[in-house]
Design a binder for this molecule. Structure first.
Ligand code: SF4
Length: 461
C-alpha cells in the first residue's frame, strides 16, 4: 500500500518546481503581503510529543477565502534519542522540499519569509484540509530522517496566534545564528556542505563555515555538524578543509575537491570571501543578492523582502536571476543576511569599504555589526534612488570606494588620437565589451569608428 493512499493528491519529487500562478491559486499563505509568517522546528523530549498529531489553529484550508492571502505559520516538533537542538535548522529546511513534493503546493523561501500557494486543482481534488499536508510531512520526515522518532505538526492561520508565534520564532532564529558568531574559520578543521538546492540548481553547493553562513540563512556551521553526524550520507555533509590555498580569498583544497565531486566537475574552484573570480555559487534561495555597480566600483545589496527597484533601477527578482541557478557570476553574488554580520563578509573585495547601497530595513538588521564609518557612508533608498544620486552621496561622505574611481584617467591628447584613428575600419576576430555586469561578444565583426579616443584606465580589482 502506498504511503499516501489516503491523500487526495499525488506526492512525489516530480512536483518539485511546480509553479502556481495567481489565477490558479485557491489560497496564498504568507508571502510578501504578510508581515508575519514563519516556519519553525523545535526539538522536544519524547514524552512531550504525541506522534503524528496534526493541529490546526484558525480556519482550515476549506474555510479560507478563495483566491485570498492569509498570515500563516507551521510549527513542527520532533523527538528522538539522537535529536538535539542543533538539528532544528536542518530539519526545518526540509519543510520546503517536502511541501513541494505535494501536487498542487508551491513553497518558497524559509524561516520568516515563507510563501505558499495551494492550487485550485488540488483543492478540487480534495486537498481541502491541512490535516492531509500534516500527514504527508509526518510520513516523509520519519521515512527520510530516521532519527526522528516522533513528530507533531501545527498549522496556524489565526492572525493573532501567527503574530505571537512569529515573534517567538524570530528569537529562536536569532539565538541559532548568534551561536556561531565569534567563531573563526581558522579555528576549525571541518566545514560543511549542503546540496539540498541541487534539485533546481544542479551545480550549487553551499559551503557552510563558522564565518560564511549558508545562502538561505537557515543552516549554520553547528547545524551542519549536527546533521552530518546523524545523517552523514545525506545532503548535508562534512568537508575537510585540506590545504589553505589562498587565505585572503578563502580558497581551500578540500572545498575545491568536494565541489568538483558534488557537481560532477562543473565547478571545481571556490573563493569564499569574494564576489569575483571563483565566487561561492548562488542557488536561488539566497536571502539577499550582492550586486556590483561598476559606475561606482562598489556593491549594492538587496534582500528578497525589498519591494521597490534598487539604485541601479532593477528589482530583486531581476538581480537574483542574473546570478542564480548554481552559477558563479562575477559581481552577482547570493548571500545570507547572517554572512553580512561576519568579519569575513566579502573581505577579499574590501568588506564594508566596498558596500555602497542597501535597503534601510537590511541596514537596520545588521547595523550592530557594521563598522561605524559604514553606518554613515552606505546609502539606502532614502539617500539615493539612482546611480547618479548615489555618486553624489558617496562623494559627500567620502566613501572609501572613491579611492578606486578613475575619473582622472589619463587621456591621450585628442588630436593625436584622432590622427591615428579617424575613419578607420577595424576588422576584429573576437572583441568583448563589458558593461553593467553583462558581456557582449562580437565575433568576426568589422567595426567602423568615426573617432576613437583611447584612455588609459587604472587597474581595477
Ligand atoms: S541554500 Fe544552501 S544550505 Fe540552504 S538549503 Fe540550499 S544548498 Fe542547503
Amino acid at each position: 500500500m502506498s504511503m499516501f493512499e489516503d491523500i487526495p493528491v499525488d506526492v512525489g519529487v516530480i512536483y518539485e518546481g511546480e509553479r502556481i500562478r495567481r489565477n490558479n491559486m485557491q489560497i496564498e499563505l504568507g508571502g510578501p503581503k504578510q508581515p508575519a509568517k514563519f516556519e519553525l522546528v523545535r526539538a522536544k523530549k519524547m514524552d512531550e510529543i504525541e506522534d503524528e498529531k496534526v493541529t490546526i489553529i484558525g480556519p482550515d484550508l476549506k474555510d479560507l477565502p478563495e483566491g485570498g492571502n492569509v498570515p500563516f505559520g507551521i510549527l513542527i516538533e520532533v523527538a528522538g534519542k539522537a535529536i538535539e537542538e542543533d538539528l532544528e535548522g536542518v530539519v526545518e529546511r526540509r519543510i520546503h522540499e517536502y511541501c513541494n513534493f505535494v501536487e498542487g503546493i508551491m513553497h518558497l523561501n524559509q524561516r520568516y519569509d515563507i510563501w505558499i500557494r495551494v492550487s485550485k486543482k488540488a483543492f478540487q481534488k480534495g486537498l481541502n484540509s491541512f490535516t492531509h499536508v500534516g500527514k504527508v510531512l509526518a510520513r516523509l520526515y520519519k521515512s527520510e530522517l530516521p532519527f526522528i522518532e516522533k513528530i507533531q505538526i501545527t498549522f496556524i492561520t489565526d492572525p493573532a496566534k501567527v503574530k505571537e508565534l512569529h515573534d517567538q520564532a524570530m528569537d529562536v532564529y536569532e539565538a541559532r545564528d548568534a551561536k556561531a558568531r565569534g567563531m573563526k574559520d581558522d579555528e576549525v578543521d571541518t566545514f560543511y556542505g549542503c546540496t539540498l538546492c541541487q534539485s533546481f540548481a544542479p551545480t550549487h553547493m553551499c559551503v557552510i563555515t563558522p564565518q560564511r553562513y549558508s545562502n538561505c540563512g537557515s543552516i549554520s556551521w553547528f547545524d551542519g555538524r549536527a546533521s552530518a553526524q546523524v545523517d552523514p550520507k545525506g545532503p548535508v555533509f562534512a568537508i575537510e578543509k585540506g590545504e589553505m590555498l589562498d587565505a585572503e580569498k578563502g580558497e581551500f583544497s578540500g572545498i575545491n575537491e568536494t565541489i568538483k565531486q558534488k557537481t560532477l566537475g562543473a565547478v571545481d574552484r571556490v573563493w569564499m570571501y569574494t564576489g569575483f573570480g571563483y565566487p561561492h555559487t548562488s542557488c536561488g534561495c539566497f536571502e539577499a543578492m550582492a550586486f556590483y555597480i561598476p559606475e561606482v566600483e562598489g556593491y549594492g545589496i538587496v534582500d528578497r523582502g525589498f519591494k521597490g527597484v534598487t539604485v541601479n533601477g532593477l528589482p530583486f527578482s531581476t538581480l537574483a536571476d542574473s546570478g542564480a541557478g548554481g552559477r558563479q557570476v562575477d559581481g552577482f553574488h547570493g548571500i545570507s543576511i547572517e554572512y553580512m554580520r561576519s568579519p569575513k563578509f566579502l573581505e577579499a573585495d574590501g568588506g564594508w569599504d566596498r558596500i555602497v547601497w542597501m535597503p534601510q530595513s537590511v541596514k537596520d538588521r545588521v547595523a550592530e555589526f557594521m563598522p561605524e564609518t559604514a553606518k554613515t557612508n552606505v546609502a539606502t533608498e532614502n539617500d539615493a534612488k539612482t546611480v547618479d544620486e548615489l555618486k553624489v552621496f558617496l562623494k559627500e561622505k567620502n566613501h572609501p570606494v572613491l579611492q578606486r574611481w578613475t575619473e582622472e584617467a589619463e587621456e591621450v591628447p585628442e588630436a593625436e588620437a584622432e590622427e591615428a584613428a579617424e575613419g578607420t575600419m577595424f576588422p576584429v576576430s573576437t572583441a568583448t565589451v563589458s558593461a553593467g555586469g553583462f558581456k557582449i561578444i562580437f565575433k568576426n565583426a568589422k567595426i567602423h569608428a568615426e573617432k576613437v579616443i583611447i584612455k588609459r584606465e587604472k587597474p581595477k580589482r
